[in-house]
Every structure is written in C-alpha cells, then in structure tokens.
Design a protein around this ligand. Structure first.
Ligand code: PGA
Length: 248
C-alpha cells in the first residue's frame, strides 16, 4: 500500500556536467524499475539542467532546502515556486545538517514544509537523534518533539518522513534493521497520535549509511518505506542497485 521511495541526497556535491553524466548513466538503468519512486536531490545550481534531463523519465527532481517566503528581501534564499519553476517535484526539509550547521529549528522547518506544500511540492521531512540522545535513552522523546512541532498542521498526503539517526549519517554505522524498525514503528505510532488512520499511508524513509549491501534488510522491515541516501547515491551503478533493492 505504501510505494517505496529511494532518494539520493547529494549534499554539497556534483557540478552540472557531473550531474548530467550521472543521469545519462542512471536513467537507462532504472527506466523499468516498477513500484518504486526514484528521487534525486542535487545542489541548487544544478536543478534546472537536471530537471531538463529528467523530463519524461521516472526520476524525480528534488531540492535539498527551500525558504518559506515566496519573494522579498531575503538575500540568498530560494522560494518554493522557484523550485517548481525549474522542475522540482519535491524538497527535503529539516536534514540534520541544516539543523546543526544552519540552526534551523522545528518552527522554521514547519514553515518551510507548509510553504512548500502550498506551492505544490512534496516534502521529505527529516528527523533523527544524536548519539548522546540515543545513549541517554531520549530517542523517542526527541523524535516526538521534532515531529509534533515540525509537522504541525501539514497536509500529510504529500509528506514523507525520513528517519536519519545522526550517528549513522556518513559514518558507515547503519542502524541494524531491528533497531531501525523499532524506531520507525515508534514514529508511526506518534504519527497516529497526530494524524489518526492517515499515518498508515505515510512513507517513513530510513537514512544513514544505506548501501547496496544493507538496503534489502532494511527495506524488508514492516515500517521502512524507503531510503534517503548520501554517500552511496553518488555513483550511478550504486544508486541503481539501491533503486533495484528487491534484487540485491
Ligand atoms: P549517508 O547520508 O547515506 O552518506 O549516511 C544520508 C543522509 O544524510 O541523508
């Protein structure tokens, strides 16, 4: 009932040329992939050319961030409708790197998500605990706070949640499928408390050192509905393997 989503988060990587080469290699590899949504999130400067390459394909363009105002005196920012203008269908909101290095708080992220939905984008809303929070037994408390504040009032028909434990991002330390499933189940129960029966339809993606050799075990878990992938999404063959996770 929940179509899986495999999303590449390239962070601060890849030029226009590198992206075009990547897409030239990826698109034929994944063109027959069934029952999976394929998403690639390059940097802002690459969006327009990447969007052109993706036209008419089953790969969807996603931005890594957005601002919540539509126009005005906000130097350096990009509006949701401007992302749509260059072909974006989705946007990532609240990645832990945005929270950590750019001081984005849940209220700001809620505004970003609401403005994106209003403009017609789908949102991948990220949450996740630090190692200290996990070790202190505060994971669930932390995640409920992030979700309660961050998703407040949103139309969840167009929001996917991504659970990314900070200690697993870029570290090679993946949560085991069991650990990830336990937290995903908690997240779904929290979503139920916020949105009722609708929570059963919300995709919850896992992120944090997902690779071709661990994707299948994660995707087999009942409440894991996709993956948000950094490092292993940078090479077309590796990302194609993730998209084709069922045959790994
Ligand atoms: P990683 O990054 O796959 O390199 O751990 C995941 C993410 O930050 O979205």
């Amino acid at each position: 009932m929940r179509t899986p989503v495999i999303a590449a988060n390239w962070k601060l990587q890849k030029t226009v040329k590198e992206t075009e080469d990547f897409l030239d290699a990826l698109i034929p590899e994944v063109k027959d992939a069934a029952d999976v949504e394929i998403v690639v999130a390059p940097v802002f400067t690459v969006l327009m050319s990447a969007g052109r390459k993706m036209e008419g394909t089953n790969v969807e363009l996603c931005a890594q961030d957005v601002y919540f105002e539509e126009s005005g005196a906000f130097t350096g920012e990009v509006a949701p409708s401007m992302l749509i203008d260059v072909g974006c269908k989705r946007v990532i909101v609240g990645h832990s790197e945005r929270r950590q290095y750019f001081n984005e708080d849940d209220e700001t992220l809620n505004r970003k998500a609401a403005a994106s939905l209003k403009a017609g984008l789908r949102v991948i809303f990220c949450c996740g605990e630090s190692l200290g929070q996990r070790e202190a037994g505060k994971t669930n408390e932390h995640l409920s706070g992030q979700l309660t504040r961050g998703l407040k009032g949103l139309d969840m028909d167009r929001v996917d949640v991504a659970y990314e434990p900070i200690w697993a991002i870029g570290t090679g330390k993946t949560a085991t499928p069991g650990m990830a499933q336990e937290t995903h189940a908690f997240i779904r129960s929290h979503l139920k408390s916020m949105f009722g029966g609708k929570a059963d339809a919300i995709r919850i993606l896992y992120g944090g050192s997902v690779k071709p050799d661990n994707v299948k075990g994660l995707m087999e878990c009942a409440d894991i509905d996709g993956a948000l992938v950094g490092g292993a999404s940078l090479k077309p063959d590796s990302f194609a393997k993730l998209v084709n996770f069922r045959s790994q």
